[in-house]
Design a protein around this ligand. Structure first.
Ligand SMILES: [Zn+2]
Length: 463
């Protein structure tokens, strides 16, 4: 064993010890962000808390990057390599919930961390701090950078950060996500475009002079019918869903304005582009049929995630070094009660307390993530850690409840340790970085990266 290898192993022990000792501060940070429960792009207190924490530990922080007030970049060190860790911290509407195993909103209709992003942001920031502390003690050089990524729930944060060049120059970027399981991810996700169509017609008295009106709502309805017929002729992996966000005001006025918001998804971005173009033609057809006009605007356009086998294996090794989350009997009892509210939960223990094997083939998650856009530009390593009861559905009050307890924090600490250890490996092992890049180049291919978002469209701002 070379001395470099010995050094990194002792640096990893130091990072793990640092995180073991940071339990109280880790808990306080998670609980604070959990109780802020801020909406996408409005994560003001959450992002300030995390950025301040990094700054107080010697990171240089740039706030409001890529034109988004709650996006930040925090960097420690100098020179190469540059290893990144991504943090997210936005909450979800209608999921306000106390840390109790029964449904109990804290704020009726309010926001809650139904995707577990309070512990996501906390663990990523603590991982960066622990890796920095260990690197400093061990004389490991290079840079560690924590990316504060807002508005993942709208799939905009990293798309616009990447477009602004925020990830340029990084060698490898790491991320994780709260889950009911622990393991290194070898995954891909669906590409997706989010687009809002607005039709303009002519208002008139719906009974006295309907012939003088042109209904924008009719256009929305005909567009939706058209898209629903289109469904038969798209690939099985496509997903198209919509909500009517403006359908007029009252029935005796022919609606002069109506809007519908679409998500179009598929396993690969080129299919999303094809279906998006088809949907816009249907919208134009609906406008023609109803003698109205139509315009559309794109909120975001994200790509499928490109998996990385080399990084999955490196993360897997570190997860096994760290070990699975250490839950208490109280945690298990809490999770068992959570599961009583989930009649369709899979059989098994209340909490999954083992590390899963890395899958042989990339696993497709059926949702979308803006990590995809980062993964089209450089190798991204990813993991999941058990922060919730076995079988919790995504975006649920049960996840909010678990994330606000020791369950969330035990899973989060495991994620932080594995991220810190993998960052230390990547800082010190140029061969590992080279192999990760080779795997990236092979899977990425040569397809140009393109966005449906108009180049002159600015980053989204809080509404
Ligand atoms: Zn999430």
């Amino acid at each position: 064993m070379s001395s470099a290898v010995l050094d990194v192993e002792s640096a990893k022990s130091s990072a793990i010890a640092y995180l073991d000792a940071a339990g109280d501060s880790f808990r306080e940070t998670n609980r604070a962000i959990w109780s802020f429960a801020e909406p996408s792009l409005k994560e003001t207190r959450s992002s300030a808390l995390l950025a301040d924490l990094l700054e107080s530990h010697g990171f240089t922080v740039e706030r409001g990057v890529a034109g988004m007030p709650t996006a930040f970049v925090a960097t420690w060190g100098s020179g190469d390599p540059l290893i990144g860790i991504m943090a997210e911290y936005d909450a979800l509407p209608s999921l306000s919930q106390a840390a109790t195993p029964e449904r109990q909103p804290l704020v009726p209709g309010g926001y809650g961390h139904g995707c577990g992003h309070s512990v996501f942001g906390t663990a990523s920031v603590f991982a960066a701090i622990a890796a920095k502390d260990a690197a400093e003690r061990s004389g490991i050089t290079g840079r560690i950078r924590c990316y504060g990524c807002p508005a993942e729930e709208l799939l905009v944060g990293k798309v616009f950060m990447q477009r602004a060049g925020v990830f340029d120059g990084a060698d490898i970027v790491l991320g994780w996500h709260p889950s009911d399981k622990t393991g290194a991810d070898f995954i891909t996700s669906k590409a997706m475009v989010s687009v809002r169509f607005t039709f303009h017609g002519v208002a008139s008295h719906a009974s006295a002079v309907p012939h003088r009106g042109r209904s924008a709502l009719d256009a929305v309805e005909l567009m939706n019918v058209g898209v629903n017929y289109m469904r038969e002729h798209v690939k099985q992996d496509a997903r198209i869903h919509y909500v009517i966000t403006d359908g007029g005001v009252q029935p005796n006025v022919v609606p002069p304005c109506a809007s519908v918001w679409y998500y179009v998804r598929a396993d690969v971005h080129r299919d999303v582009v094809e279906y998006f173009n088809w949907v816009t033609r249907i919208a134009q057809g609906a406008a023609m049929m109803t003698q109205t006009s139509v315009e559309w605007s794109i909120d975001t356009d994200c790509h499928e995630q490109i998996p990385n086998r080399v990084l999955a294996d490196a993360i897997d090794r570190n997860l096994r070094l760290v070990g699975p989350p250490r839950f208490t009997d109280e945690d298990r009892a809490f999770a068992a009660r959570i599961r009583e509210s989930l009649p369709d939960a899979p059989d098994g223990p209340p909490l999954i307390e083992e590390i899963e094997q890395v899958t042989a083939e990339p696993k497709l998650i059926k949702g979308s993530t803006d990590i995809g856009d980062v993964s089209w530009h450089l190798p991204v390593g990813h993991l999941r850690a058990a922060t919730q009861a076995n079988g919790c559905p995504g975006h649920s009050w049960q996840i909010v409840a678990c994330t606000g307890t020791n369950i969330g924090e035990q899973g989060g600490i495991v994620a932080a340790k594995a991220l810190a250890c993998t960052a230390l490996d990547l800082l010190t092992d140029s061969q590992l970085r080279a192999r990760a890049w080779e795997d990236f180049r092979q899977r990425r291919g040569t397809e140009p990266y393109s966005l449906l978002i108009p180049p002159d469209q600015g980053s989204p701002l809080p509404s």
